[in-house]
Ligand binder design. Structure first.
Ligand code: NAP
Length: 497
């Protein structure tokens, strides 16, 4: 175990980073660049990568252009597609880990089972699943927001005797070729996997509960000339990244604001896309959404809707009443039941949310637990710091998701902010920072106050909303606003010890 020379005497590490997806890797690079080498990265899987390690389903890609969905401080001129495929992104992350020498900091197949703040020493003790304990002055939880698959709550799911797996836990040993397949869900994962497997399966039934707005993707293969230009003139790639960001910000109000006039523009574009993709009016009607654009996550695909005109693909809109050993049972509006026999059942039903940023018991100052603090919903200052939990910072915490742009704009803003705090601690200028309760409350009152003006509050059901109907997932504004609000770590917002 290493310790920075100007670090306090007792902690094993200045920083413990939990997770090694984009957030953890980006944080580690910036810590190193700030001269902070006393850090450990704890990763429960045998490899870094987070989302892009776990999601390997056919067709998996990022629906944000690669030039924007990558670390600004580690551009990749070699993206093969405008929208990078999952394996390309994972390869990029592995290269980044090597390039920045993060391997020596990473501890794989190690899970944090609990974290306890030591008031006296002003440091954290992390208990690991292998029985060890490590201490760190600062903990940065970069555990991701959409990690653990959420199976649907449908009677009989456990009785199914065929192949059953979730998109985020794809079983590559099972060959879908020539099989009768059911897919439950029509969200961002489904729109990618359905067209990818449609040509090989014998038959596929896609079970749709709520039709979603889909806009054209316009993917393209990046030419060798462009890659060479990006290599020789990095500013060109920066310019493309900047343009992509500005474009998404400009589109933001159409997606984020509760303005039927603005969202109407996007809705009409999506309907035109539907008309181009599907010729059958009955099918089109079934695929037409009936909620305001932006309320649920916008989907981006050129090949999802056309799939339903294939002879071997059916769209099922009747609700699933139960699952049996051999298939699914649906009931139509007249109460008639229909049995759908299948060999494989694929769940594209999304992820657990709620306390996902705190996936193990976390005990802060004076025995306060995060589970208790967040029992009515996760709340943090700028999504990163929680009162009662000194020196605990979260990447992609509450209200830091975007509805319209690359999540990495938020991730990088958080890294920059948190590293400022870590530098002060590593240099001995402070032992701990705890955000003041009133500062956190004021911030969140403003955030929640603005939610009523967003499309997310316009009346649909989405994973953005908690059980109490509050949106604790997304930031109700421009990414540039968040970026500016987090550019400086203000000591006065914190109790400094
Ligand atoms: P999701 O967006 O939460 O979609 C889940 C789907 O399953 C929805 O269509 C939902 O229907 C349906 N569903 C859930 N429970 C059901 C039930 N009991 N019966 C019938 N249908 C049920 O999940 P996801 O597609 O995995 O995406 C999750 C998030 O991951 C996205 O919002 C996005 O942030 C991220 N993601 C990003 C990308 C990317 O390219 N950047 C790709 C994939 C995922 P309802 O709509 O009726 O609830």
């Amino acid at each position: 175990m290493s310790t920075d020379s100007n670090n306090t005497d007792r902690a094993d590490y200045t920083v413990a980073v939990i997770g090694s997806g984009f957030g953890g890797i980006g944080t580690a690079i910036k810590l190193k660049q700030a001269g902070i080498n006393s850090f450990i990265m704890i990763e429960r899987a045998p490899e870094p990568g987070g989302t892009w390690r776990d999601n390997t389903y056919p067709g998996c890609a990022c629906d944000v252009p690669a030039n924007a969905y990558s670390l600004s401080f580690d551009p990749n001129p070699d993206w093969k597609h405008k929208f990078a495929h999952a394996d390309e992104i994972q390869a990029y992350l592995l290269r980044t880990v090597d390039k920045h020498g993060l391997g020596e900091h990473l501890r794989f197949e190690t899970e944090v089972s609990s974290a306890v703040f030591d008031d006296q020493r002003q440091q954290w003790a992390l208990h690991l699943d292998n029985g060890q304990q490590i201490t760190a002055q600062v903990v940065i939880a970069a555990v991701g927001g959409l990690v653990n698959p959420a199976p649907p709550d449908i009677e009989g799911l456990a009785d199914f005797e065929g192949q059953l797996f979730h998109t985020a836990r794809w079983n590559h040993d099972y060959d879908l070729a020539g099989k009768r397949v059911a897919v439950i869900g029509t969200g961002a994962s489904a729109v990618q996997v359905v067209p990818a497997i449609a040509p090989s399966v014998e038959h596929m039934s896609v079970f749709q509960r709520t039709p979603a707005w889909v806009v054209p993707k316009g993917d393209l293969v990046v030419s060798e000339t462009t890659k060479q230009r990006f290599r020789r003139f990095p500013f060109m790639q920066k310019a493309v990244r900047w343009f992509t960001f500005c474009f998404s910000e400009a589109m933001g109000p159409m997606i984020v604001l509760d303005s039927p006039r603005l969202s109407g523009i996007a809705e009409r574009a999506s309907i035109r896309h539907l008309e181009r993709c599907v010729s059958d009016p009955v099918l089109r009607e079934k695929l037409t959404p009936h909620f305001q654009f932006g309320c649920k996550r916008m989907l981006i695909s050129d090949d999802f809707w056309p799939c339903f005109e294939r002879d071997n693909v059916d769209l099922v809109t009747d609700s699933i009443t139960r699952i049996t050993a051999k298939g699914l049972v649906t009931r139509d509006a007249d109460g008639n039941e229909l049995f759908h026999p299948v060999d494989a059942l694929l769940l594209a039903t999304g992820f657990e949310t709620g306390l996902s940023s705190a996936p193990f018991p976390i005990t802060g100052r004076a025995g306060k637990t995060l589970a208790d603090t967040w029992k009515n919903g996760a709340v943090a200052y700028k999504g990163m710091a929680v009162s009662g939990f000194p020196n605990w910072f979260t990447i992609m915490g509450p209200n830091t998701g975007p509805g319209h742009t690359s999540v990495l704009v938020f991730t990088e803003a958080q890294i920059r902010y948190i590293v400022q705090a870590v530098r002060k601690i590593a240099s001995g200028r402070a032992r701990s920072f705890e955000v003041k309760q009133q500062v956190q409350d004021r911030y969140n009152e403003r955030i929640q106050g603005r939610m009523k003006y967003t499309a997310w509050s316009s009346g649909c059901n989405s994973w953005y909303l908690g059980e109490d109907g509050k949106n604790r997932a997304l930031f109700p504004g421009f990414a540039s606003e968040y970026y500016l609000r987090t550019r400086r770590f203000k000591r006065s917002d914190y109790t400094v010890r």
